[in-house]
Design a protein around this ligand. Sequence first.
Ligand code: HEC
Length: 141
Amino acid sequence: MTTRPSRVGSRTWRNTVLLAVALVTASTVAVSCGGSPETSAAPPQQMSTGDPQRGAELITKYGCGTCHEVPGVKDADGLVGPPLDHFANRGYIAGVLPNSQDNLEKWIENPQSVVPGNAMPDLGVGRHDAEDITAYLYTLR
Ligand code: HEC
C-alpha cells in the first residue's frame, strides 16, 4: 500500500525529468542547427559569373552525377563522392580550399593538383565549362 503510490510518483517524476531533458536537447539542436540568417555562422552565399543553365547540362555531359548527388540534375545520384547539395553555403571545397568561385573552378578543372591521389579524376573540364558548372553549384542553397 505504501510502496505503490510512491513508485507511481517516482515514475511520474522520472518521466518529467526525461521530458525536460528531451525538450532542452531539442531546443539546443534547433538553436545550433537552425538559426536565423542574421545569427547564422554560415559563410555568405556564393555568387558566380557563369551560366547556371549551361552548367547543369555540363554536369550531365561530364558525368559528375555518377559520383555525386546533385539536386536538380537528372540521374545525378552517385555515392562515390560527397553530395553537392547546399554548395553555395559550404565553407570548404574537399575540406582544403575555402569555398570561392575561383577555388571551385580550380577544383573542377584539376582536382588532382589540389588533393593528389583523391578519388575524383581530372576530367578535362576547361575554364569556361568550370565557370558554368560553378554557377550551377552556387544555385544550390
Ligand atoms: C569518379 C568519381 C567522381 C567524378 C566523376 C566526379 N567527382 Fe567530384 N569528387 C569525387 C570525390 C571522391 C570527391 C572528394 C574528394 C576529396 O574530398 O578529397 C569529390 C569532390 C568534389 C567536390 C568537393 C565536394 C565537397 O564536399 O567539398 C566538388 C565540388 C566536386 N567533386 C564536383 C564535381 C564535378 C563538378 C564533377 C564533374 C565535372 C565531378 N565532381 C566529378 C569524385 C568524383
